[in-house]
Design a protein around this ligand. Structure first.
Ligand code: KE4
Length: 472
């Protein structure tokens, strides 16, 4: 039972947006009914979360199992989730929130989708893990490879970090070279060689961005600004014979939401071809999120290796790296590059991924997601303009971004220059109005196929109030 606390019964009066009947989405078959009537109105009382965080901090580092959850970027104390259903999170005080985090991407068909839950329950009844081959691994592999088109073989691992770490080892094994190029503001998990920042000003040499990362390892990573081909060309000119490959998020989703400039990814492809390096797309976030297969299908640029995660596990710990046969055959047991994992290809994760991707594969799934995310992006910008707040928004498929900036954000320097203090105020104003944003201005937002018109209107209505409140 929620402890009595300050009650602010925020009835979410969402102004019905004037949109044409044409924008009224058909009720697609992949939306499932969830019980709205049982959902209590939001009350800003989080006494149970406060107590839970105090207890968690006694045994968990910072009270969390991943740093962003500690609300360091927005202040305040994290809210503890009791359960999730469709587009909603419910905290342990019984408050309901429309969720724009979606477990950082995996929950693309909505939380606790009956078909996904049933698939996992059935798999669990047959045993949680075998440490041996299982047909479910092959089934999910066939679905993914059939969708991305750039891979002939795939290896499942348990996190995006593991997928990218393995892909970097692979391109070094293929080329016999040591250095890699990554982009400022792109995040690829926490393996040592990817926790690097720029040294001095114009330097492209990586220096550790985390304690515990040796300078020698960081120096093998070279850095360029996202969307800046000229710097990448300069790096190749200086190190051409020692660059194993280029690693990039095809849409940058860890410094807000930044799409590549026209020709940027095509330029990386050409530079890698010219210098005998490999191109790695980190589609852990964009894979099956922005389109069936990922962004590589949208722009028709084929990487040599693709990293995937999040959506392909539907909320279970599943990630993967995939590539052409001649590349992937260097991976053990076929080749000399070692990589292994106790729970890789876990049957519950495979079952969850298969059930999730089966729903995503239905006709109109991504078109409907894109219409909803676009409506939300347009609505957020209009709400901000009405309150004279400078906000940029952009969306593709089930992914969108919002930046407190006067002009569109195209790289990390611009992302850093956004008004993150105002974002923090907006985050809390929205949380108090029943909308759960990612707790950092450097994160992208995610909707699911369960985010129907009523959800989108509610978010926009809460934003209209919040943009006004944060200026008081
Ligand atoms: P994981 O190791 O967290 O499964 O994946 C790492 C990763 C790799 N590549 C990209 C493009 C990613 O976005 C991520 C992880 N994304 C963050 C959110 N921006 C996960 C959230 C967190 O760190 O708690």
């Amino acid at each position: 039972m929620a402890v009595a606390g300050p009650r602010v019964d925020v009835r979410l009066g969402a102004p019905k947006l004037a949109h044409s009947p044409a924008m009224k989405l058909p009720h697609p078959s992949f939306w499932f009914e969830y019980d709205r009537a049982a959902v209590p109105q939001v009350q800003v009382n989080r006494m149970q979360s406060v107590a839970a965080f105090e207890r968690a901090q006694r045994v968990l580092v910072g009270g969390v199992n991943s740093p962003v959850r500690a609300y360091g970027a927005v202040g305040g104390e994290p809210v503890f989730v009791d359960r999730a259903e469709g587009p909603f999170l419910f905290d342990i005080d019984g408050n309901r929130y429309v969720d724009l985090v979606g477990s950082w991407g995996p929950a693309i068909v909505g939380h606790a989708h009956p078909a996904v839950v049933e698939a996992v329950q059935q798999a669990a009844a047959n045993g949680l893990s075998f440490g041996a081959c299982c047909p479910l691994e092959t089934e999910l592999a066939e679905i993914i490879l059939g969708a991305i088109g750039s891979g002939e073989l795939i290896r499942f691992v348990n996190s995006g970090t593991e997928a990218v770490m393995s892909a970097v080892r692979l391109i070094r094994a293929v080329t016999g070279r040591s250095r890699i190029i990554k982009f400022l503001g792109c995040y690829h998990g926490h393996s040592d060689g990817l926790l690097v920042a720029c040294g001095s000003g114009a330097s492209t040499l990586g220096v550790p961005s985390s304690a515990g990362v040796p300078e020698k390892i960081a120096s093998l990573t070279l850095l360029a600004p996202f969307n800046d081909l000229a710097v990448v060309e300069r790096i190749f000119a200086e190190h051409a014979d020692d660059i194993a490959g280029v690693l990039v998020e095809p849409i940058a989703g860890n410094m807000g939401y930044i799409e590549p400039n026209a020709g940027f990814l095509e330029g990386l492809r050409a530079l890698c071809d010219r210098h005998g390096s490999l191109l790695v797309f980190d589609e852990v976030m964009t894979g099956f999120r922005v389109a069936w297969g990922g962004y590589q299908v949208v722009i028709d640029v084929q990487p040599d290796v693709t990293c995937l995660g999040k959506v392909i596990g539907g909320g279970m710990p599943v990630a993967a790296y995939a590539g052409r046969r001649e590349v992937m055959e260097l991976v053990s047991p076929l080749g000399p590059m070692y990589q292994a994992g106790t729970l890789s290809g876990n049957p519950l994760g495979m079952a969850s991924g298969i059930a999730t991707l089966k729903i995503c594969s239905r006709p109109g799934f991504y078109e409907s997601l894109h219409e909803q995310s676009t409506r939300l992006a347009v609505g957020l910008r209009a709400a901000a303009e009405s309150a004279s707040v400078a906000v940029q928004t952009a969306a593709r498929g089930g992914m969108l971004g919002m930046a407190f900036a006067e002009t569109p954000v195209r790289d990390y320097v611009a992302a850093q220059a956004c008004n993150h203090e105002l974002f923090a105020k907006f985050f809390h104003a929205m949380l108090d109005r029943g909308v759960w944003l990612p707790p950092s201005g450097y994160e992208a937002m995610f909707i699911s196929s369960a985010h129907d018109d009523e959800c989108i209107d509610q978010i926009i209505g809460a934003a209209a109030e919040s943009f006004r409140v944060i200026q008081e």
